[in-house]
Design a binder for this molecule. Structure first.
Ligand SMILES: [Fe+2]
Ligand SMILES: [Fe+2]
Length: 386
């Protein structure tokens, strides 16, 4: 586990990611900032090694700092699993902050189950799942497959401590509007820092911006597995990557860290998937641990905006060609389409990563409010007009 100082008094604790998601549980990059008399942590990651290194770094600041603020970019298990460090640390002021929709979602197993259930209203999720046991269970009952999946997830996330009883909501009715250049955001102030509420990757997702250091932490806004089905909004992912690209182009952003960027992992993955799928990174920024410099920041956000927009446009155009259609039919039509974004999406498909083409389809159908039509056992969707 490596620790890097990515800006003065800002540390990145490297997370863990492999393309064997089902058996090697990942955890996110974690960031620690000193802000005057306070320490701020953006996401706590999960599992023990990162926790120990964070405690050591925090201890070196303890004499000089009064307050400890843990800001959760979102409540996924791999970002909130070490929230229990709050109980261990003797700071005069301690807070665990999460955007309001994340409070309930800190019950991570219930939130995960609710996400899959919502997805199941769109298509038969387990019929084509890459695990035979779940496909077999699904033939008896989709609810049995869901319960089995829940059991496996609970085992994999056993060490995760999200501590929902400590969490304080960043209330949506207290969101303010902030502008940097000609770009506007909704969110909250935390001393000199800004928390931008995007709700894109999941409904509570927010990013952290430090205008003095020109530092932007974007969590899972820029993770190639997006969108994660109905829990994500592909249109919001496109919108916020576009806003950040414009903000960077206007000179407000110099350093960008995200939830899973890893030079080691991504260089290996692209080398492997170049052979297998013909995928190429959109630029060096996609392969770096941390994005450095204005030009690289612009490339990074434009690259993700274009990736997400290409996925959305491919789904819309396949749906329009088919007319009223099921998620399965749209996914089958997409299998015939070649584009750099779809090649990458195929390469990441479960069980390598928690990424499903069908999930991408459902995110677009939900975003566009496509009308649901039940014909016997079949669930169909009408293309949205306009
Ligand atoms: Fe994550
Ligand atoms: Fe996530």
């Amino acid at each position: 586990m490596t620790v890097q100082e990515i800006a003065p008094d800002v540390f990145r604790f490297a997370g863990w990611l492999s393309d064997n998601w089902a058996t090697e549980t990942p955890y996110c990059n974690t960031y620690l900032l000193r802000q005057g008399d306070d320490l701020v942590i953006y996401d706590t990651g999960a599992f023990r090694d990162i926790r120990q290194r964070m405690l050591e770094s925090i201890a070196s600041y303890q004499e000089r700092c009064r307050g400890l603020y843990v800001v959760l970019g979102h409540a996924h298990y791999d970002h909130c699993g070490n929230n229990d460090i709050l109980e261990e640390l003797p700071f005069a002021e301690k807070h665990l902050l999460v955007a309001e929709p994340g409070i309930a979602r800190l019950d991570v197993l219930a939130a995960d189950r609710a996400g899959v259930l919502e997805e199941m209203a769109y298509y038969d999720v387990f019929a084509h799942f890459p695990f035979r046991i779940l496909r077999l269970a699904n033939r008896i009952s989709p609810r049995l497959a869901l319960a089995l999946r829940g059991w496996a997830v609970a085992r994999a996330w056993k060490g995760v401590k999200p501590m929902p009883h400590l969490a304080e909501p960043l209330r949506l009715d207290q969101c303010q509007t902030f502008a940097f250049g000609d770009v506007q955001f909704q969110g909250w102030r935390l001393g000199n820092l800004y928390l931008f509420y995007d709700g894109a990757h999941v409904p509570e997702h927010c990013c952290l911006f430090d205008p003095e250091r020109r530092l932007l932490l974007v969590g899972d806004l820029t993770v190639e597995v997006n969108p994660e089905g109905t829990v994500s909004s592909l249109s919001a992912l496109i919108d916020y990557c576009d806003r950040f690209a414009r903000m960077a182009a206007q000179g407000h952003v110099e350093v960008v860290g995200d939830g899973h960027r890893s030079e080691v992992t991504f260089r290996q993955l692209f080398a492997k998937y170049r052979q297998e799928y013909g995928v190429e990174p959109f630029g060096e920024s996609q392969l770096a641990d941390v994005v450095n410099g204005k030009d690289m920041a612009v490339e990074f956000f434009q690259g993700f905006r274009d990736y997400y927009a290409s996925l959305r446009d491919a789904v819309i155009s396949a749906h329009e060609r088919l007319g009223i259609a099921s998620v399965e039919a749209i996914a089958a039509a997409l299998a015939e389409v070649d584009s750099p974004a779809l090649r990458l999406k195929r390469a990441l498909e479960l069980p390598r990563f928690p990424s499903l083409i069908r999930g991408c389809v459902t995110s677009v159908l939900k975003d566009r409010g496509c009308r649901r039509i039940q014909r016997g056992k079949e669930v169909l969707f009408e293309p949205a007009s306009g």
